[in-house]
Design a binder for this molecule. Structure first.
Ligand code: FES
Ligand SMILES: [Fe+2]
Length: 333
């Protein structure tokens, strides 16, 4: 699906097409923090090469839709009104229902046949509102190996960088950089990577960090934009997720979610929870601080890998074969 002519034109040595060429990877993308959207609120935000409306109906349910009204193109994130589960445009008050269909024009005119918004499959999990790039989700929303209600979670906006999301995720299986830049020793060996289906890429990984000690983790990539690491840090359970969304201009915004086993109600265990969330956040912020200036300025290319890049090579092959589409293109741009 990738258009090699376009890649060569964009950058020599980049052997995977930039997002937007042949569509966008068909992923579950986080688009907004849950805490930023109250019941009855409507906001719009940049997403892929356009803009989407995110609103919460009176029921509390969140919806991700194309942002621009199908009448004269008003941005529905500006001065619109949520009416029950519907959204009413501020410009001429056309009203769209929860299925994105225009159901009412106050002047009494017939509703034009194509007057509907694009409906992204929407989910809410880990303090984030997610949209799937497609008509139907191709896999479940990203999750940990432990049940959601067993975990105490902290979610924060972490980075914005001028690279595609799959480039940022390549960091996790870039074992040369984990050693050279972050000072960690990686004990994962060839043959340990698996692809259970076209939407997941996973491997066990053991790090030895000079400050945080030995960490035995299971790494699972969902789509090409979410990385989960589950395991132990200093003998305690720690589960981490990095989740990224594509922005116009091949920029990426990413959130980090840190979680550990819920406290048992005792003061001592509450201290453990806070220590794990605080320690996990400090650790992942320190990694991104190391990476940020390099990823910000890199002209990323991947045509000169060496033997130690075996896991990276498998990851790039996974990304290269990942499905792309852009069914909302006519609505969000
Ligand atoms: S632009 Fe939305 S109703 Fe006219
Ligand atoms: Fe890194």
């Amino acid at each position: 699906m990738n258009d090699m002519t376009a890649i060569e034109y964009i950058r020599p040595g980049l052997e995977i097409a930039p997002q937007g060429v042949g569509g966008y990877d068909q992923n579950w993308y986080p688009v907004m923090m849950s805490a930023d959207l109250g019941a009855g609120e409507a906001k719009s935000t940049d997403f892929m090469d356009g803009r989407v409306l995110v609103y919460r109906g009176a029921s509390g349910r969140a919806y991700v839709r194309s942002a621009y009204c199908r009448h004269l193109g008003a941005d529905l994130g500006v001065k619109s009104k949520v009416v029950g589960e519907d959204i009413r445009c501020p410009f001429h008050a056309w009203r769209y229902d929860a299925a994105g269909q225009c159901v009412h024009i106050p002047s009494g005119d017939d509703v034009p046949a194509h007057a509907r918004l694009f409906c992204f499959p929407t989910a809410e999990r880990w303090g984030l509102i997610w949209a799937f790039n497609g008509e139907q989700p191709l896999y479940d929303t990203p999750h940990f190996t432990v049940a959601d209600d067993e975990l105490e979670t902290r979610t924060f906006l972490h980075v914005e960088l001028p690279q595609d999301h799959w480039v940022l995720l390549s960091n996790s299986c870039d074992f040369q950089h984990l050693h050279a830049l972050h000072g960690m020793t990686v004990l994962t060996r060839p043959g340990m990577v698996s692809r259970p289906d076209p939407h997941h890429f996973e491997y066990p990984v053991v790090f030895e960090d000079p400050k945080y000690g030995r960490m035995e983790q299971f790494c699972r990539v969902f789509g090409t934009n979410v990385l989960t690491l589950g395991g132990q840090m200093q003998g305690q359970p720690l589960h981490t997720m990095f989740a990224a969304m594509p922005l116009p201009g091949n920029r990426t915004q990413g959130w980090t979610i840190i979680s550990t086993r819920k406290g048992d109600g005792s003061e001592a265990d509450e201290q453990r929870v806070q220590m794990m969330l605080g320690g996990g956040e400090a650790f992942f912020r320190s990694l991104v601080d190391d990476d940020d200036p390099i990823m910000r300025r890199a002209h990323f290319r991947n045509d000169s890998l060496s033997a130690s890049d075996w896991a990276l090579a498998e990851y790039f092959d996974y990304v290269r074969n990942y499905p792309r589409a852009h069914p909302s293109a006519k609505f969000i741009v």
